[in-house]
Design a binder for this molecule. Structure first.
Ligand SMILES: [Cu+2]
Length: 635
């Protein structure tokens, strides 16, 4: 699925690559007089390098006019291209196949790289060089293996020196979909890797062609074939010329059906042992650098099974020691897990009507991934109970028996904690402490009797910093057995707070750490100006239940228009003598404050967090503010 701009770019890229490859294949077989192994080399490399492969083909290899191939391909830079194409076709095919297989098997990145190198080298040497070239080079298969070993080693070393860092940094980068062969991004990284590998292998290939260590481009006009010019003398003359142009490699003999002698097949290299040792040595150093250096910055011990598919927030510190679990904790919600989408018409914190079964109030909760609208045109991918953020408000009375069935439809395990309640330990909820986490697709039944009253809430207690930050929480209002008139008001509003981190269309759990800082803030799942407006009249009272469902930040919640009276803290009703007046309460994670505010004068009075950044939407004010802000309109 296309979830990032890069995905659209890649669709276009691979469409161009397919078109380029089709053209090169068609043109090679229809118009270009060269051996099949080179035709295949260009076809494969164009598949991997897209339009760049096509460019190389047209500029260096495609016969410009009938009968000119022999002279056209003579320049050294073109011979170098041919030699590199030949190497890359074999090596890259091996590397890409190995990468797809090792990723599917879930091997660690560092093992991937070694397997890729060995497979690429083997593919290049045993298949592309020795097997396919044998018919042209003559000699036995093993003679070919021996003779091509050193040039193949040098070329492969440089190629992998360019390709390995591209794979390491991009696969273990921010968007680790690049580790999954089922994702377009994986193939995009392979494409870019091959292009980098081609560039790093090219200079050595030019040198090797110049020194007659490797073949460059060749012309083949088999008598009677469509490429036979029918002018034997001219062809022979061209062949001789071509033969001389790069030291000769048995082409002349081949055309006449003969075979060159075993050994160097007429290629007499003038490279000295010292030169060969120097180039091979530097190629090995480059290889080691390309394979090992990225391990300074990225954790190459991880595999596609560990972190494949995770997309990390910009600015998160990821180093060579960052474990997979830390990455998964902060990863974006996968938009493909979204099961339902809700607009501004759907509210959170709606009271859930229970069923009564044998005198027990039964609530059904289902956790799933939804797309939730926090502002006009701004949506988050949330973990939500019953398709709303916050989850539904559970209301029951002191003394009642309550059962909550929790169905887990999240892509990960979960559990629920009933914050502040006195209940049997096994019903308390912390995963791995009092219960096994509820697996994906699992159902768990919580049951207890309410022995308290006041403002409480429930929230996820499995990977809390991720799940609660993504929206897994809801209010619990427990009414006292006997109503207390001093705690009642004309209006009541329950207010649950949350921070969000939304970037480039992806939602990450907001956390007080690098890369996790929030840029959106909501009251009951909406950011101002999309928050509710409370309407009341002068002289009326408003009871606000502040709930610290936010789990990484403290919000000093302030009401304009004069002080309120704090009547309950953390669900505990304060004795009348302990109640106090204030105009701001610090609502920290887990805390609750019940306050009663009186409308003294008509007008628009604000409830808002007193941290300025928390009353902005992505650092912008809209209609006087944003985020944790709402209006009390007093008539
Ligand atoms: Cu705040």
């Amino acid at each position: 699925m296309l979830i990032q701009p890069i995905d659209y770019f890649l669709v276009v890229w691979f469409a161009l690559a397919a078109a380029s490859t089709a053209y090169v294949a068609w043109d090679q077989y229809r118009n270009n007089p060269e051996p099949a192994v080179m035709k295949w080399g260009f076809i494969l490399v164009t598949l991997y390098m897209g339009p760049i492969g096509l460019l190389l083909y047209v500029l260096a290899d495609k016969e410009p006019r009938l009968g000119e191939h022999e002279t056209f391909i003579k320049p050294l830079w073109k011979q170098g291209v041919g030699s590199t194409i030949h190497c890359v076709a074999g090596d890259a095919t091996g590397i890409i196949l190995a990468a797809a297989i090792t990723a599917t098997l879930g091997l660690a990145m560092w093992i991937d790289l070694i397997v890729e190198y060995v497979t690429g080298f083997a593919f290049g040497l045993f298949i592309f060089q020795s097997l396919f070239m044998k018919s042209m080079m003559g000699g036995t298969y093993w003679q070919n293996v021996r003779n091509t070993f050193l040039p193949e080693l040098i070329s492969m070393n440089f190629m992998m020196a360019g390709m390995a860092p591209v794979m390491s940094f991009l696969m273990m980068g921010r968007d680790m979909r690049a580790m999954e062969p089922t994702e377009l991004l994986f193939w995009g990284v392979m494409s870019l890797g091959v292009i980098a590998g081609f560039a790093t292998a090219y200079p050595a290939n030019v040198w090797m062609v110049a020194r007659n260590l490797k073949h460059g481009l060749m012309t083949e006009r088999k008598p009677g074939s469509r490429f036979d010019l029918g002018v034997q003398d001219k062809a022979s003359a061209d062949a001789q010329e071509q033969h001389a142009a790069h030291g000769g490699h048995g082409q002349h003999a081949r055309r006449h059906g003969g075979h060159a002698k075993a050994g160097r097949h007429g290629m007499q290299s003038d490279a000295t042992s010292a030169q060969l040792a120097a180039v091979a040595g530097v190629s090995t150093l480059a290889l080691a650098l390309g394979m090992v250096a990225p391990a300074n910055w990225v954790n190459l011990r991880l595999s596609a099974h560990d972190v494949g598919g995770a997309i990390m927030p910009p600015g998160m510190i990821m180093d060579r020691d960052t474990p997979a679990e830390a990455m998964l904790d902060m990863a974006a919600v996968d938009p493909r897990d979204v099961v339902a989408r809700y607009g501004l018409g759907v509210r959170g914190n709606r009271e859930l009507v229970p069923r009564i079964e044998n005198g027990v109030k039964v609530f059904d909760l289902e956790a799933a991934v939804i797309r939730w609208t926090i502002l006009p045109g701004v949506t988050v991918d949330a973990y939500a109970f019953n398709g709303q953020v916050p989850g539904p408000r559970l209301r029951f009375r002191h003394g009642e028996r309550v059962r909550i069935n929790l169905m887990n439809r999240l892509p990960e395990s979960t559990s629920v904690h009933w914050h502040g309640l006195i209940l049997p330990n096994v019903m308390d909820g912390p995963a791995h402490i009092t219960q096994e986490p509820i697996a994906k697709g699992g159902l768990y039944r919580y049951e207890f009797t309410a022995v308290q009253s006041g403002t409480y809430f429930y929230h996820s207690h499995d990977h809390v910093d991720r799940q609660q930050s993504l929206g897994l929480y809801g209010a619990m209002t427990i009414d006292p057995a006997e109503p207390d008139p001093s705690l009642e008001a004309d209006h009541e509003y329950t207010l649950l707070l949350q921070e969000w981190l939304l970037r480039e269309g992806l939602t990450y759990p907001a956390m007080p750490m690098d890369g996790g800082q929030p840029n959106y803030f909501t009251i009951n799942g909406r950011a101002y100006p999309a928050t509710d407006t409370i309407r009341m009249r002068v002289g009326e009272t408003l009871k606000v239940r502040f709930i610290g469902s936010n789990n990484g930040f403290i919000h000093p919640m302030h009401i304009h228009g004069g002080p309120f009276e704090v009547v309950a803290v953390d669900g505990e009703t304060l004795r009348p003598s302990a109640r106090y007046r204030a105009d701001t309460v610090n609502v920290g994670p887990g805390q609750r404050y019940d306050v009663i505010w009186t409308a003294r004068h008509p007008g628009k009075w604000l409830i808002h967090c007193h941290i300025g950044h928390h009353t902005t939407n992505n650092n912008m004010e809209m209609r006087g503010g944003g985020g944790l802000m709402m209006v009390i309109e007093v008539a």
